[in-house]
Design a protein around this ligand. Structure first.
Ligand code: 13P
Length: 268
């Protein structure tokens, strides 16, 4: 990555860590990054705990004035009412969340979340003053057919087509090929770059240059400290959405530090 976009290293904890484990992790991450003189102006670090841990993370972050951001993994499309088990965007925003993951492939698979529903989630998150991390990416079958770029770009287009430029500018997009999630099969730097570039060019066509240049496009899928440098070196890859490796505090802090080092070296 060589650009004015500040990289984002985001940990998606999925259904892991209760609130006590979350607090312990955030404290340890803060210590590790402080010890390493981590420069938060050069890389944002964010965590996406389960709903049950958000309040505890908020209290810790605010009490210790930590520079770590956090967000939710899902959101209801409605603002209140008889929707048992759902959590509204306003409730999430009240907990100081900056981000909400929208359209993760595990949500698309295990819940009735189609593109229309995902559009509504994006709108709900934006209306509550937060930033959606919109996940897109092809399955193994689309890659086998050689249509992975059209597929990921199509998903972005379907979800963003009715957004204003201002709304689109607040998106973070995570390119997460489904075959790479939790499998240990990571995309090459080149194929992550190809997808991120195709998505960026499509944003340019739909929204123009400002949105194209400012929206951060993350890569997700089996990211570890061993492959992070190759991926972040690519000009259109602006950070990571990390699952498994974000459950290991040493791993996550190493990936964040490598991201700063690699992007700072490239900017020299
Ligand atoms: P893994 O890093 O475990 O492959 O998960 C990626 C992911 O789904 C992040 O949202």
């Amino acid at each position: 990555m060589v650009s004015a976009r500040i990289p984002l290293v985001a940990g998606n904890w999925k259904m892991n860590f209760d609130h006590l484990e979350a607090v312990y992790f955030v404290q340890k991450l803060a210590w590790l990054l402080r010890d390493a003189h981590f420069d938060f102006r050069k890389c944002e670090v964010a965590l996406m705990p389960a709903f049950t841990a958000l309040r505890s993370v908020q209290v810790l972050v605010e009490a210790d004035k930590l520079k770590i951001h956090y967000g939710a993994q899902a959101v209801s499309v409605t603002s209140q009412g008889a929707f048992t088990g759902d959590v509204s965007a306003d409730m999430i925003a009240r907990l100081g969340c900056r981000y909400v993951i929208v359209g993760h492939s595990e949500r698309r698979k295990y819940h009735p979340e189609d593109d229309a529903n995902i559009v509504d989630q994006v709108r709900a998150v934006l209306a509550a003053g937060m930033q959606p991390i919109l996940c897109v990416g092809e399955s193994f079958e689309e890659r086998r057919q050689g249509i992975e770029l059209e597929f990921a770009v199509g998903q972005v287009r379907d979800v963003t087509r009715d957004l204003s430029d201002e709304e689109a500018g607040k998106l973070v997009i995570a390119y997460e090929p489904v075959w790479a999630i939790g499998t240990g099969m990571v995309a090459t730097g080149q194929s992550a770059q190809d997808a991120a570039h195709a998505i960026r060019m499509s944003l340019r066509t739909t929204f123009g240059r400002n949105v194209c240049d400012s929206v951060r496009i993350l890569y997700g899928g089996s990211v570890t400290s061993r492959n992070a440098v190759e991926l972040i070196t690519e000009p259109d890859v602006d950070g990571f959405l990390i699952g498994g490796a974000a459950l290991d505090v040493n791993e996550l802090s190493t990936i964040a530090r490598l991201t700063v080092k690699t992007t700072s070296d490239a900017a020299k």
